[in-house]
Design a protein around this ligand. Sequence first.
Ligand SMILES: [Fe+2]
Length: 235
Amino acid sequence: MHKFIKKIKNNEEKPYVIKNFLNSNEIREFIDLYQKLPIEVNNQRQKIVKKKWSTKLFPDLQKIYIEKLKSAIGEFSMDNPKDKMGNESLGLFQESFKPVSLHVDTGFDFDKVIYKQTLLPLSDKGETVIFKNRFYGCSTTFSINERELAAEGYNKRSSEHIELYNKKPFDKIMHEKYLQHEEIENLRGLEIDMIYKWKLGEILIFDRTSLHCSSSNLNRKKIGFTTSTKLNEIN
Ligand SMILES: [Fe+2]
């Protein structure tokens, strides 16, 4: 369980979208950057290709990105896992051919004041579902499926979310419309906060404690760039 829960909670807010976060030139630079980066992970099971943006690459675009992010969310520090060469990273590009399942990106260090997670769409067709429900343990993929629970991955795997919330059956219409890749029983007690329809140039900002997943509406594939942040001050 995270140690600075009070501080983390004090900074929680509803997810929001910033329009025109990037101009068309910067969008092109991000897509170019993505194409040039080496592959970090190619997960056949989850049908996802991951690339990390090392702080050693594209320094000019880094400055622009960090400045823009600061004007959006205030002072913060980056809190992304290092790349496989051991370099600091500004975040993760994910090219996914299958909807990402229910999870939380709270990290594994309970001494940090985790802050915002950002999603920068680099393809125009995609949807992300953010739930009102929160989680204060480590990065976890939530499932009630035995096979999924036994799978290996970066995140912990657990069904503990079911016990945390009110166990109310999930809305059937919303399940049908957006969440067909999740068993409806795995969504018990969950309530949707936002369905974000991806748009190039925008950025979605949400709390790292928010449960979220892709929507099941995926047009072959989508590419997004995500950054995890923390607050510097502990008090
Ligand atoms: Fe995530």
